[in-house]
Design a protein around this ligand. Structure first.
Ligand SMILES: Cc1cc2nc3c(=O)[nH]c(=O)nc-3n(C[C@H](O)[C@H](O)[C@H](O)COP(=O)(O)OP(=O)(O)OC[C@H]3O[C@@H](n4cnc5c(N)ncnc54)[C@H](O)[C@@H]3O)c2cc1C
Length: 418
């Protein structure tokens, strides 16, 4: 059987694109390597995740879920001194955008995938895609292996690479470019029974600093669990020859009094994860028969928790563009130029704030002190309202630190060179 769309990967990018395409009546197949529910990092949702979740029709389910509600973010200095929580409802509508969630990704991703199935998407789990099939200069499908090692072939009018930071197509075609300066390492674990803030602050994300622009995330989840991890330069985290993630993690706990105090009443689950050099960009958003979505297109350092919002936003936009393309009988790479430019604009805006954040001696507080009206723009970008003209903000921030130019990536590849 030939599908209209074949999707590799059932994370937020793949499941959201699939659900919308199926809703329009297209035949959609998702191939996913794992058996869901599966573990994944990326648990804090920023306010403007609301839009794509609403488009998918998932807000009622999230409201009924046991996911912890997130109303605010707070920043903590190494000595334990915390800023006032920043409440999203001071700028956004309390009933919609201003309240987000801290999710457990195994459950959240299952919810998204079930939703896609309910819309009519066919899902084959434990099916690893091993190759793209190309005929007459187009991707026409994929080869895959099931868990018994049997080979399969699937065909579709267009294939979506939603493989996350594995970035199947960009890696194989050498389109994957590392971000010049964002080469961090993250080490994390989960705690049960640690301290939480009372009342409305229970679900707040805390960003707690350690030396050398390193930082902890502290993300309260349901069942009394907390996701807690530290991000910094590899050479800082591994100083004095430390290589073991557990030792790295616990040494940094001692570098921030707030984290130390909050974790003191709880216990780690005993599992520690580590990942490195994860920021990258694909040179192309599309090629004949192929479209890149979510992390597979680009992934930024997670300091502002933008990943799931960008994955869902790109999934929804990709589906809308494919639907229009099918109606117009135009699924050429150029048809997706607007998609590529829109997602890149959001990434470039967020990326500038990430660079500013990591610049030595930079503080958003100093910018706001000199330009009080820039506070709203900073808030909008950090909250995920990323597709706006922030040129005035960048001019102002450049008075404090250099910001990177936009990378020349994300254009369609009109034809394969081989
Ligand atoms: C340390 C860290 C902390 C983060 N914190 C946050 C946060 O707080 N908030 C936030 O929003 N984001 C965060 N992120 C980012 C977030 O994890 C990602 O942006 C998000 O998961 C991207 O979704 P996706 O659908 O593009 O990819 P994924 O969620 O990675 O899904 C990709 C899927 O593709 C499947 N797959 C891969 N290869 C194949 C193959 N060959 N065949 C078949 N299937 C395949 C995988 O099994 C997987 O299920 C964080 C990331 C890191 C590294």
């Amino acid at each position: 059987m030939t599908y209209d769309t074949l999707i590799i990967g059932a994370g937020p990018a793949g499941a959201s694109a699939a659900a919308i395409l199926a809703e329009y009546g297209h035949r959609v197949l998702i191939l996913e390597r794992e058996k869901f529910p599966r573990y994944h990092i990326g648990e804090s949702l920023i306010p403007f995740t609301f839009g794509p979740l609403e488009r998918l029709g998932l807000i009622p389910k999230l409201r009924q879920s046991h996911f912890v509600k997130k109303f605010s973010v707070c920043f903590v200095q190494p000595d334990g001194q915390a800023t006032q929580p920043f409440y999203f409802f001071n700028r956004y509508d309390r009933e919609t955008v201003a309240q987000s969630w801290q999710v457990l990704r195994s459950e959240f991703d299952q919810m998204l995938l079930d939703h896609a199935r309910d819309r009519g998407v066919e899902v084959r789990e434990e099916m690893s895609v091993t190759d793209l099939i190309q005929e007459d200069g187009r991707v026409v499908g994929v080869q895959a292996k099931d868990k018994e090692g049997n080979a399969h072939e699937f065909r579709a009018r267009i294939t979506l690479d939603c493989t996350g930071k594995e970035s199947f197509a960009a890696s194989r075609n050498a389109w994957r470019e590392r971000d010049p300066y964002l080469n961090k390492v993250a080490v994390w674990t989960y705690y049960k029974g640690s301290k939480r803030e009372p009342g409305i602050d229970e679900g707040q994300t805390t960003v707690a600093f350690v030396p050398d622009k390193g930082w902890f995330w502290h993300i309260p989840q349901h069942n009394d669990m907390v996701s807690v991890g530290v991000v910094a330069e590899g050479k800082y985290l591994s100083r004095d020859g430390v290589k073991d993630p557990k030792t790295m993690f616990h040494r940094e706990v001692g570098e921030n009094q707030w984290i130390k105090d909050h974790l003191s009443t709880g216990a780690s689950t005993g599992e520690y994860w580590i990942t490195s050099e994860y920021s990258f960009h694909s040179r192309h958003c599309s090629a004949p028969g192929l479209l890149l979505v979510g992390d597979a297109f680009a992934f930024l350092d997670p300091v502002f928790s933008s990943g799931v919002m960008l994955a869902l936003k790109s999934g929804v936009l990709a589906a809308e563009e494919i639907h229009r393309g099918i109606l117009a009988d135009d699924l050429s790479p150029e048809h997706f130029a607007n998609y590529g430019a829109t997602i890149r604009l959001g990434i470039e805006n967020m990326r500038k704030l990430v660079y500013a954040f990591y610049s030595p001696d930079f503080s958003f507080r100093d910018v706001i002190k000199r330009f009080p009206d820039s506070a709203d723009e900073i808030t909008d970008c950090l909250s995920g309202d990323v597709n706006k003209d922030f040129s005035q903000l960048w001019t102002r921030i450049r008075e404090f630190v250099p910001l990177p130019d936009d990378l020349p990536y994300g254009l369609p590849l009109k034809g394969w060179s081989h």
